[in-house]
Ligand binder design. Structure first.
Ligand SMILES: Nc1ncnc2c1ncn2[C@@H]1O[C@H](COP(=O)(O)OP(=O)(O)OP(=O)(O)O)[C@@H](O)[C@H]1O
Length: 122
């Protein structure tokens, strides 16, 4: 019977796979690249407008969540393309719903950005 890796080795392997996945997303997925650039712009804006600690926490959480959601959406698209590469109404619905979930949070992120920055700009 093959020897099982220790708990720590297994965790380290999982982190390595997750890191690889994050790198694939940021380097190949157009939607993640866009979100990444927006995240950098918002970070620069945060320093420029000297936002508070609470605003930083909300902004960082929002940037992280939108990128994570985009990643899950990409994974759903990949699964859909793998299990059914041909056109199918149900695949279309699954992809639309996954994209809709990202869209809901994208609107939320825009509203959060407006609440933080509009009072500082005007
Ligand atoms: N196999 C399919 N069957 C039916 N409709 C599909 C199929 N593939 C894509 N669609 C429709 O086209 C839309 C776009 O799908 P696509 O996989 O190109 O995603 P996308 O949003 O362009 O993602 P990305 O730009 O990240 O690749 C889907 O939301 C769905 O409405």
């Amino acid at each position: 019977m093959p020897k099982k890796d220790s708990f720590l080795i297994n965790r380290l392997k999982s982190v390595t796979y997750a890191f690889k996945g994050a790198f694939i997303l940021v380097s190949t997925e157009a939607s993640i690249k866009v979100q990444f650039c927006i995240g950098i712009i918002m970070t620069v804006a945060g320093f420029y407008f000297e936002i508070s600690t609470t605003e930083w926490l909300i902004q960082i959480g929002t940037i992280g969540l939108i990128m994570a959601l985009e990643g899950i959406n990409t994974a759903i698209e990949e699964i859909a393309n793998f299990i059914h590469p041909e056109y199918h109404k149900k695949i279309g619905l699954i992809k639309d719903i996954a994209a809709g979930a990202v869209f809901i949070f994208a609107i939320t992120a825009i509203i959060i950005g407006c609440i933080i920055y509009i009072p500082k700009i005007f």
